[in-house]
Design a protein around this ligand. Structure first.
Ligand code: NAD
Ligand code: IPM
Ligand code: MN
Length: 359
């Protein structure tokens, strides 16, 4: 079976880290003759914008729609306003393909370290954040009135539809039920007196269909504190688009940094391709230096393999990441090493190959 993967390396460190992810997929192809991948790369991003006045082709969504998956590096770079670059490429794809489930594992891998104090309780970091990825605070609705005048007013409206809220919460319950884990909802009904009151009501309603799932509900401010003081209390977490964005960078910080955080943008109905990408951005501060950590992008490759139903390979890739972290022979500067991005990718492929041959 040949899987067709659209690759959008994007901006900054995006091309540097996706190169390593592709190296891993090519290694797997060599090791397992039953698997093959075809890649088509799209040059979209901020440079493309500077040359062509647009972030992607006008028929970009159409061009991507028949791929089995999209593999993306990062989008956004100084010189192009972020709200243009992101809305015209990354968010356009998430919304265009109704990738309403954003799965972001926060897991302290073997060999990784946490800034939390050295207490075994605080090493128990293993959660999956199920972030709403299609509406909410990212609905893009608002207005800018009386621009530049003393009475200037700016509105940014959150949109929480019954359909959008229920489907993400239900999806998270399904994951919790299947894995036998608890489900925590993170919201903010005390201050956000429409959207989050509604969110809490829907969570309560849907929970009636899942009596076997233990549930918790936290206000986002308290949740942020518990992420740091007692991360072990979170297993499956469901939250809105913006809160999910914020708590997953917080989680990344707890579990080894942004260089180790992966995310999958899923269209569960499989009407459209899903998209896989590291949680981090284009990291302009280190772009072009060849020192970006590619492991988040490689973890996204593991998520692609899981998505294709090759969980055996997904697990092998994650194990290889843990080996690379544990052996510390090739770690990038963010992890305290001095290896280059490509040296980490090469070492990872070597470990993967060795593991597979010894199975
Ligand atoms: P960032 O994630 O790019 O960087 C934050 C910090 O983490 C920087 O110090 C960076 O060097 C470090 N970092 C990130 N990834 C790393 C890696 N793989 N290895 C080592 N260090 C890493 O966030 P930012 O600086 O706030 O944003 C930069 C640009 O990226 C902005 O244009 C932003 O809008 C965009 N962005 C895009 C995405 C995406 O495409 N999914 C995600 C976040 C930010
Ligand atoms: C992420 C990013 C994006 C988001 C930005 C770049 C629009 O921060 O994927 O976490 O907020 O979803
Ligand atoms: Mn983010």
């Amino acid at each position: 079976m040949t899987y067709r993967i659209a690759v959008i390396p994007g901006d900054g460190i995006g091309p540097e880290v996706t190169t390593e992810g592709l190296k891993v997929l090519k290694t797997i192809e060599e090791l397992d003759p039953s698997l093959s991948f075809s890649f088509e790369s799209f040059p979209w991003g901020c440079e493309y914008y500077t040359e062509n006045g647009k972030m992607m082709d006008d028929d970009g969504i159409e061009k991507l729609k028949d791929f089995d998956a999209i593999y993306l590096g990062a989008v956004g770079f100084p010189g192009v306003p972020d709200h243009i670059s992101l809305w015209d490429l990354l968010l356009k794809i998430r919304k265009g393909f109704d990738q309403y489930v954003n799965l972001r594992p926060i897991k302290l891998l073997n060999g990784s370290s946490t800034p939390l104090k050295d207490d075994p309780k605080l090493r128990n970091i293993d959660m999956l954040v199920v972030r709403e990825n299609s509406e909410g605070e990212y609905a893009g609705a608002g207005d800018w009135l009386f621009k530049g005048k003393p009475e200037e007013v700016v509105l940014q409206t959150g949109v929480f539809s019954r359909k959008g809220t229920e489907r993400i919460i239900r999806h998270a319950f399904e994951i919790a039920k299947e894995s036998g884990k608890s489900l925590t909802s993170i919201s903010k009904g005390n201050a956000l007196n429409y959207s989050m009151v509604f969110w809490d009501e829907v969570f309560e309603e849907v929970s009636q269909d899942y009596p076997e799932v233990t549930t918790y509900s936290y206000l986002v401010d308290a949740a942020a504190m518990f992420f740091v003081t007692d991360p072990g209390r979170f297993e499956i977490v469901v939250t809105s688009n913006l809160f999910g964005d914020i708590v997953t960078d917080l989680g990344a910080g707890l579990a080894g940094g942004l260089g180790l955080a992966a995310g999958a943008n899923i269209n569960p109905e499989r009407n459209y391709p899903s998209m896989f990408e590291p949680v981090h951005g284009s990291a302009p501060d280190i772009a072009g230096k060849g020192i970006a950590n590619p492991l988040a992008a490689v973890w996204s490759v593991s998520q692609i393999l899981d998505h294709f139903g090759h969980e055996d390979w997904g697990a092998r890739v994650l194990e290889a990441i843990e080996t690379v972290l544990t052996e510390k022979k090739a770690n990038t500067p963010d992890l305290g090493g001095d290896a280059s991005t490509s040296a980490v990718g090469t070492e990872l492929c070597r470990v993967l190959e060795e593991k597979f041959k010894n199975e």
